[in-house]
Design a protein around this ligand. Structure first.
Ligand code: GRF
Length: 202
């Protein structure tokens, strides 16, 4: 399967996906990286690895719908089968998420449906949670609200601050995302009637 990754910044999850898909037995290849931020560190990293990388930024389009149409055209040109959001900080329009439904996945740094949105690590600590983690889910029009494919759990230790916890979660993200992408690429995780259906797993 041909996979395109959308990023906005650092791109460490992108890096984990590129590394995993480098294995010849992995059922997907990264064929492009697109950022909504021309200065994203991840864009340079992807280019350096020989992956087609470009920015599609809001400055070049009159509105969200026009940007999403440009994104859609680029994904179509790249013949993307699956699109992975990895720290992509824009909300996509319903027209876009509907067109790519079942092919669009995201990683979020919390155990969804808890802590949608930003600042998840602080919010989990503040809530007194003893566990936290990350989720990979199909993307729908509702932010961080689509059906869950896979989750990873970490403990919250008594002395944890945001950065310690973020590091612990990120390590798990880097394992979880390649695992979840594999399930989607192999057709073992599918979105049907707004639910994630897993077959041939475990
Ligand atoms: C990750 O924590 C991811 O879960 C969230 O944004 C962060 C992106 O980090 N959606 P990176 O760009 O992959 O390093």
């Amino acid at each position: 399967k041909r996979v395109v990754i959308l990023i906005s910044g650092r791109g460490s999850n992108m890096g984990a996906l590129i590394e995993a898909t480098g294995d010849p037995s992995y059922p997907a290849n990264i064929v492009g990286v697109i950022s909504d931020n021309a200065d994203a560190k991840g864009l340079k990293a992807a280019s350096a690895l020989g992956i087609e990388a470009k920015a599609i930024t809001k400055a070049d389009y009159p509105d969200k719908a026009a940007l999403d149409r440009a994104l859609d055209e680029e994904l179509t040109r790249l013949q993307a089968d699956i699109v992975c959001l990895a720290g992509y900080m824009r909300l996509l329009t319903p027209a876009f998420t509907e067109k790519w439904a079942g092919k669009l996945i995201n990683i979020h740094p919390s155990l969804l449906p808890l802590f949608k949105g930003l600042d998840t690590h602080n919010r989990a600590i503040e809530a007194g949670m003893r566990v936290h983690g990350c989720s990979v889910h199909f993307v729908t029009a509702e932010m961080d609200g689509g059906p869950i494919i896979a989750q990873g759990v970490v403990p919250i230790a008594p002395g944890d601050d945001e950065s310690k916890l973020a590091r612990r979660v990120l390590e798990v993200e880097h394992k979880l995302y390649p695992l979840a992408l594999r399930l989607v690429a192999e057709g073992k995780a599918r979105m049907e009637n707004g639910r994630a259906v897993l077959t041939g797993v475990g």
